[in-house]
Design a protein around this ligand. Structure first.
Ligand SMILES: Nc1ncnc2c1ncn2[C@@H]1O[C@H](COP(=O)(O)OP(=O)(O)OP(=O)(O)O)[C@@H](O)[C@H]1O
Ligand SMILES: [Mg+2]
Length: 446
């Protein structure tokens, strides 16, 4: 980085010339008087031409050697003040400290003069006086800083770090303009400080990637049944046109594929509807017990088909919560249906509800749905609520699953200030817990 802190101040020769002209201008009346007196002396014959010339030169030399004028002193004082501005003042530090993003104030040599609180927290201890490259190393950033120092413009650059975790960052680099800067040289001047403000883009990038993944997954899930439908339509138009048996069979498969597309679209719409209301907590009082009983009743035919018995252990008193009845029904519908579909080999499902003390000593209802099927490996547990995440895609598809069920469950529970916990031991089955705040006055009755 170049050190050109003096580039905009006048050079020594210039400065001298300017001083002499200024002094002669200030003493113009004295010089004029000396010339007039010398001329009168020569004309009257009392003074020789040589003596008059010597007198005028003597006056000029005296003017040149005279003390500095107040204007010159003022200008030098101003230059001194600019030199003192090499360290940012308290006001500037306070403003920078109030900013939420890490900010560095550097001088024109790239030396850190101040780092705000966020910068110290994010980049560790920053010693004023150290080059900024000690803390911010990307070459692109240092080159951008050089450009800002050279031409006084502003720059924005992005970079990523791989260690210790992958992070994306951006920096805005721009000169700090002072009022004097603006008056003296116009707006684009950078001989004071440069502000380097850093912003963490990691979360934004993660959301962008998630959105892109989601669109890719949704399109893929829709494309598969669509391709199958198109294939059967072509077969029916061509080779199987006159084959009555094939036609019946193919129409059955087509209906199934169309059903799969409909389920997927319903789930996607359901997810976006819940997301839209994610921050609005439902206010209606509903009975959790009756929601669970209705869900079990609705799933009895599936349980019978899969030869599974659903056993329930629910308190008889109303289990009041603040909730949306349809959404809570969707939660238990999916969890119990999963237990039936994936845990059918265990032959039983146990559903129980009991009270618990939640965070801040608040009473919660805990709903436990336990199956005795193959269970889920620990590595999958944290990812089960991700959209389209399935332990075994083929089994899920076979069971008409879309992989969106638990993602919807998680969103609904978040909106209800409730929690989903999953425990499982491979070979022994899986256990899903829904923990939801209870309406207090009802708890005392249980
Ligand atoms: N009780 C369970 N036992 C074993 N695996 C389970 C159980 N519950 C869920 N899973 C696994 O979690 C995955 C995700 O479940 P989720 O409910 O989100 O999707 P899905 O059931 O495949 O589809 P959908 O719910 O949309 O019909 C399932 O595909 C399955 O692999
Ligand atoms: Mg499911």
């Amino acid at each position: 980085m170049s050190d050109d802190t003096t580039a905009t101040s006048p050079g020594p020769a210039d400065s001298e010339g300017f001083d002499h002209r200024e002094k002669i201008y200030a003493a113009r009346w004295v010089i004029a008087m000396a010339i007039v007196l010398a001329a009168l002396g020569v004309v009257s014959g009392h003074v020789s031409i040589l003596a008059a010339a010597v007198a005028i030169v003597a006056v000029l030399v005296a003017v040149m050697l005279s003390a500095r004028r107040p204007a010159i002193r003022a200008r030098h004082a101003a230059q001194g003040a600019a030199g003192a501005a090499l360290w940012p003042d308290t006001g500037m530090k306070m403003v920078v400290d109030a900013l939420p993003d890490p900010c560095f104030i550097v001088d024109r040599r790239g030396i850190t003069r101040y780092a705000n609180r966020a910068a110290r927290e994010r980049f560790g201890k920053v010693r004023p006086g150290d080059p900024i490259s000690f803390r911010l190393r990307p070459p692109a950033l240092l080159e951008a800083l050089d450009r800002v120092i050279a031409d006084g413009g502003t720059e924005r650059i992005e970079w990523s770090e791989k260690v210790p975790t992958e992070r994306w960052l951006e920096a805005h680099i721009g000169p700090v303009q002072t009022v004097e800067d603006g008056r003296e040289k116009g707006a684009r001047r950078a001989d004071g400080f440069i502000l380097v403000a850093v912003r963490d883009l990691t979360e934004q990038r993660r959301l962008e990637r998630m959105r892109a993944d989601f669109v890719a997954n949704a399109s893929h899930e829709l494309r598969t049944p669509l391709a199958s439908l198109t294939g059967f339509i072509e077969t029916l138009q061509g080779p199987a046109r006159e084959d009555k048996d094939a036609r019946e069979r193919f129409l059955g498969i087509m209906l199934e594929q169309a059903g799969r597309m409909r389920r997927l679209i319903d789930d996607l719409l359901s997810l976006s509807r819940i997301e839209l209301r994610a921050h609005v907590r439902p206010q209606a009082e509903i009975d959790l017990g009756s929601v669970i009983r209705d869900t079990v009743q609705a799933l009895e035919p599936l349980a019978a088909k899969l030869d599974v018995e659903i056993r329930t252990d629910l308190p008889q008193k109303p289990l009041t919560i603040l909730g949306d009845r349809d959404e809570m029904a969707e939660v238990f519908q999916n969890i119990v249906e999963n237990a039936l579909k994936y845990g059918a080999s265990g032959k039983y499902i146990d559903i129980s509800v009991y009270s618990e003390i939640g965070p801040q000593n608040a009473p919660w209802w805990a709903v436990k749905v336990k199956d005795y099927g193959p269970g889920i490996e620990a590595a999958h547990l944290p990812r089960l609520t991700e959209r389209f995440y399935r332990v075994d895609v083929a089994t899920s598809r076979e069971m008409k699953g879309t992989g969106l069920g638990l993602a919807i469950v998680k969103h609904i529970l978040t909106r209800h200030r409730a929690r989903l916990d999953i425990e499982s031991t491979v070979g022994e089955g899986a256990c899903f817990y829904v923990r939801i705040p209870a309406v207090v006055r009802e708890l005392a009755n249980v």
